[in-house]
Design a protein around this ligand. Structure first.
Ligand SMILES: CC(C)(COP(=O)(O)OP(=O)(O)OC[C@H]1O[C@@H](n2cnc3c(N)ncnc32)[C@H](O)[C@@H]1OP(=O)(O)O)[C@@H](O)C(=O)NCCC(=O)NCCS
Length: 172
């Protein structure tokens, strides 16, 4: 863990929200995130989202304890041993390997400490930096999910990727 310049912490109401509000209201950076539309998100709405989150919502923090992004695991299905993941990193911290580190920590934890064998995600075909990240981590393309993505009244196709516990090679 000491080789990592970031750490994950479950995000709660007690955390400082200033960076989180900037993060979700940077609409250029969230174009590929479902559930965040054109409307400005308020602190009250964010607190409600955090408190009602059905899954694990990690904040990604850097060595200066700055909140630089989020990594989530949701739709946790104990019977099928599968869950979904999503990541959002502040634009100022992209391209530094932090997203990769965060996903290594998050996937390692989910495979070690939860009854999960498969992690699934959906990504827009146009989101090349996200696709590069997922493929570097060992996620494998399953196929095109027609009209899987819905935002601002429009449907788009997504790519479905999965990684299995037995193929995950970056245990922290
Ligand atoms: C998607 C997103 C998280 C990617 O973040 P990022 O900062 O580009 O990612 P990183 O720099 O950590 O990771 C990608 C790189 O990790 C690198 N990497 C870092 N450490 C590595 C290691 N130890 N081993 C192998 N590869 C590593 C790879 O080189 C890789 O790709 P590249 O050099 O070919 O570009 C970011 O662009 C983002 O938040 N976008 C907006 C929200 C979004 O679209 N989320 C995804 C929705 S599906």
């Amino acid at each position: 863990m000491s080789n990592y310049s970031i750490y994950l912490e479950e995000f709660t109401e007690q955390h400082d929200f200033s960076d989180y509000l900037k993060l979700v209201n940077d609409k250029n950076n969230t174009y590929a995130i479902e559930g965040i539309d054109e409307k400005r998100i308020t602190k009250k709405e964010l607190i409600k989202f955090i408190n009602e989150y059905d899954g694990i919502l990690y904040g990604i923090f850097n060595e200066k304890k700055r909140h630089i992004g989020n990594l989530s695991f949701s739709k946790i299905d104990d019977r099928k041993k599968i869950c979904n993941t999503g990541i959002l990193l502040s634009q100022s911290y992209q391209g530094c390997g932090y997203a990769f580190q965060a996903m290594v920590l998050g996937l390692g934890n989910i495979f070690d400490n939860f009854n999960i064998d498969t992690v699934q995600l959906f990504v827009l075909e146009s989101n090349l930096s996200a696709i590069r990240l997922y493929e570097k981590l060992g996620f494998q393309l399953q196929g095109v999910a027609h009209n899987q993505f819905f935002k601002n009244g429009q449907y788009k196709d997504s790519l479905e990727y999965r990684i299995e516990k037995r193929n995950f090679k970056y245990y922290p």
